[in-house]
Design a protein around this ligand. Structure first.
Ligand SMILES: Cc1ncc(COP(=O)(O)O)c(C=O)c1O
Length: 457
């Protein structure tokens, strides 16, 4: 008797392999120019690309981009793609929004970096306070930096050594956040390179949505700050249980622990992020990636209480070498483009459009999943939508890690790309921007249905 064919997540593994091969051939045949430029050992770069993340796409070789505008990307072989990756959030408000292009052009002839504020910079300060309801702000160049600086200040003002993170989180290249639970035990993340310090000496880790663990780990009073996304978006998406954020805030307040909410991704929720939409009250708020329309910039805001304590520390400390700030942070170009983005691009109207399309996309994907009786689900936080090839909802980082199905996901990614739709290379994330057209969403829904048909037979 023949053995039953192996299946994973409702799909035959043999079929996934065959489908991936077929889609890789199609990709190869359609992209001779990309292949010639980036397919061999592209000279000059280690591993052939300027940033090794560019190899994380499940493609035989990277696709070389010729142009990007709004929600459409064109490669050098002339393929037009509906872009739902949007630079993994760096261009969440579309590629080259007109106000940002104007701001770049206007600033270009007036100097780009002089380590002094401009009128744009001062206007941005006012906009940040109005929008995010925290009274004090600093600007950095990446969300990684903003988190790093904010945690440093949190430790300084509390006089406590540790931070607490959620298992499965990502907050950028911030060493303190690189631990995870492996079989329930905290340790340095297995993929972390070049770190010889046991980071558990600086960091505690709990599962998201686990209130009892939070109480236990904060009880000793040695944690300066809890850092978390309001929704975990850097593993398969995990939404908070009802009441979880209230508990998180109550326990952090009761133990004198600061709460840093990192909204670098969840700014997809609305004009004031998830915190604004759901009434969260962080002590520190971090924002990065898209806030200057794709020009590198980030911002972190904090309360009067933190500012007062920081003032005292600055008076007492020797000046200089604070470990906070980098030379190009808050440069004139970044501030001009952040002004344009906050003032003219991240509008309520833009978010309204994104929300409508995100619902349309989620409904379309759910239709295909239900129609094929697949054990998959769709999660969403505002204009950020994700299909997950496992049952849901997921409750924490451990469940999210187990939900990943790399071979299946990679086959779907390349299948979607060959059908004109680009989604983020890291998990199955899709973003809607103000320039995304309903027809592009319908194209993605149809492409997903076609790919699933190819996989389930
Ligand atoms: C929640 C969150 N915080 C911080 C970062 C780091 O951003 P950057 O790579 O721009 O420093 C990321 C990147 O994905 C993120 O998702």
């Amino acid at each position: 008797m023949a053995a039953a064919a192996a299946t994973e997540r409702g799909v035959s593994t043999a079929r996934v392999g065959a489908f991936r091969l077929q889609e890789e051939r199609r990709y190869l045949a359609a992209r001779p120019k990309s292949r010639a430029l980036a397919g061999g050992d592209a000279r000059g770069y280690y591993a052939g690309v300027p940033l090794h993340w560019m190899l994380d796409w499940p493609l035989p070789f990277p696709m070389v981009v010729a142009d990007a505008e709004g929600a459409t990307l064109t490669d050098i072989d002339g393929h037009l793609l509906a872009d739902f990756c949007l630079g993994d959030t760096g261009s969440m408000f579309g590629h080259s929004p007109a106000p940002v292009v104007r701001a770049i052009a206007a600033q270009a002839g007036h100097g780009l970096a002089y380590m002094l504020p401009t009128e744009h910079a001062l206007a941005v300060g006012r906009l940040l306070v109005e929008r995010f309801r925290l009274p004090h702000w600093q600007v950095a160049t990446t969300a990684s930096d903003a988190n790093r600086f904010a945690l440093r200040v949190a430790r300084a003002v509390t006089g406590r050594p540790k931070v607490l993170i959620m298992n499965g989180c990502y907050h950028g290249a911030v060493d303190e956040t690189y631990i995870s639970l492996e079989n329930g035990q905290p340790g340095n993340r297995p993929g972390l390179i070049g770190q010889f310090v046991d980071l558990t000496s600086a960091t505690r880790v709990v599962e998201f949505n686990d209130v009892a663990a939070l109480e236990r780990e904060l009880a000793a009073g040695d944690v300066a700050c809890v850092i978390t996304e309001p929704v975990l978006t850097n593993c398969c998406m995990v939404l908070p249980d009802p009441g979880y954020h209230d508990a998180l805030r109550a326990i952090t307040r009761a133990t004198g622990t600061l709460l840093l909410i990192d909204e670098t991704h969840t700014i997809s929720t609305g004009p004031a992020g998830y915190s604004g939409a759901y009434g969260l009250e962080p002590d520190i708020f971090v924002l990065g990636k898209p806030i200057a329309g794709g020009v590198p910039a980030s911002a972190w805001g904090f309360t009067d209480a933190i500012a007062a304590r920081w003032d005292r520390i600055r008076r007492e400390k020797a000046p200089g070498h604070s470990g906070l700030g980098t030379t190009l942070s808050a440069n004139a170009l970044a501030m001009a483009t952040m002004h344009a983005t906050l003032g003219e691009v991240m509008t309520a109207e833009a978010y309204g459009h994104m929300e409508v399309l995100a619902k349309r996309l989620a409904a379309g994907l759910n239709g295909t999943i239900a129609g094929n009786a697949l054990p998959w689900h769709v999660a969403r936080v505002g204009a950020r939508v994700e299909f997950i090839c496992a049952p849901g909802p997921l409750r924490n980082g451990t469940e999210a890690a187990a939900a990943h199905a790399p071979a299946l996901e990679q086959a779907i990614h390349i299948g979607l790309l060959n059908r004109g739709c680009l989604i983020a290379p890291f998990h199955n994330m899709m973003l809607l921007c103000p320039a995304t057209a309903a027809s592009q969403v319908d194209q993605l829904v149809a492409a997903f249905a076609d790919v699933v048909a190819g996989l389930v037979g």
